[in-house]
Design a protein around this ligand. Structure first.
Ligand SMILES: *[C@@H]1O[C@H](CO)[C@@H](O)[C@H](O)[C@H]1NC(C)=O
Ligand SMILES: *[C@@H]1O[C@H](CO)[C@@H](O)[C@H](O)[C@H]1NC(C)=O
Ligand SMILES: *[C@@H]1O[C@H](CO)[C@@H](O)[C@H](O)[C@H]1NC(C)=O
Length: 200
């Protein structure tokens, strides 16, 4: 009679232990997760603008933040840092990038070449990580306007040149015509004089 209740007590103890273990594991998994919030995942900009690639993360401890830039020319790591320490910025982005403790980066005076995908990876001390992407499109509206103006001016110049050459040709024609007429007039006048001479 005795061993039975003891056994059930043991079983209950084991299942309680398992439950506690499961809860602990779940808690562990939850606490390991990195969450990343990106308010604007697509940004349109024009050249010379300063662009904030804004993000915010939450995790346990101090993570490592890394930004990669991907475009048609390939992928490249542009910056890596731990919040609160000096950032390791790639040579291509030195002097034109600054970092914020919330994981955001700012690009100064962007050019059309900066268009592309910016991928942030936040890696926690324990190894779990999370990534997010921001698409940046930089257009050269100002330059396009200038281009249009230049084409328009060239067109005007061409039309003006055409008109001037036409006028020159017309002028030449008219001059020739006049000279011919004057010549004919002079000829007829001399004939008249000759005729008069003969008559005299
Ligand atoms: C950016 O421009 C594209 C067209 O070039 C447009 O479809 C898109 O909605 C714009 N995005 C934002 C965030 O203004
Ligand atoms: C991150 O920090 C920068 C600078 O303080 C701020 O401008 C930006 O709004 C922050 N991003 C988010 C998503 O809160
Ligand atoms: C900075 O990054 C480069 C290449 O990504 C690496 O070789 C260098 O050791 C890094 N420097 C520091 C201080 O982490």
């Amino acid at each position: 009679m005795r061993p039975l209740p003891r056994g059930s007590k043991k079983n209950r103890g084991i299942s309680l232990g398992l439950l506690a273990l499961c809860l602990a594991a779940a808690g562990c998994l939850q606490s390991q997760g990195v969450s990343l919030y990106i308010p604007q995942s697509a940004i349109n900009a024009t050249v010379e603008e300063d662009i904030l690639l804004s993000v915010e993360y939450s995790c346990h401890g101090v993570p490592t933040i890394e930004w990669k830039y991907t475009s048609n020319w390939g992928a490249q790591k542009i910056v890596e840092w731990k919040p609160g320490t000096q950032a390791n910025i790639s040579q291509s982005h030195k002097d034109r990038l600054c970092t914020f403790d919330n994981g955001s980066i700012q690009l100064f005076s962007v050019g059309v070449r900066d268009s592309g995908y910016y991928v942030i990876t936040v890696t926690e001390h324990l190894g779990s990580s999370q990534f997010g992407t921001i698409v940046l499109h930089v257009s050269e509206i100002l330059y396009e306007d200038l281009h249009f103006v230049a084409v328009f001016l060239a067109f005007l110049a061409a039309v003006a040149a055409l008109l001037i050459s036409l006028m020159w040709v017309c002028n030449k024609c008219a001059y020739k015509f006049q000279r011919k007429r004057r010549h004919k007039l002079r000829e007829s006048a001399t004939e008249d004089i000759e005729l008069q001479d003969v008559e005299c």
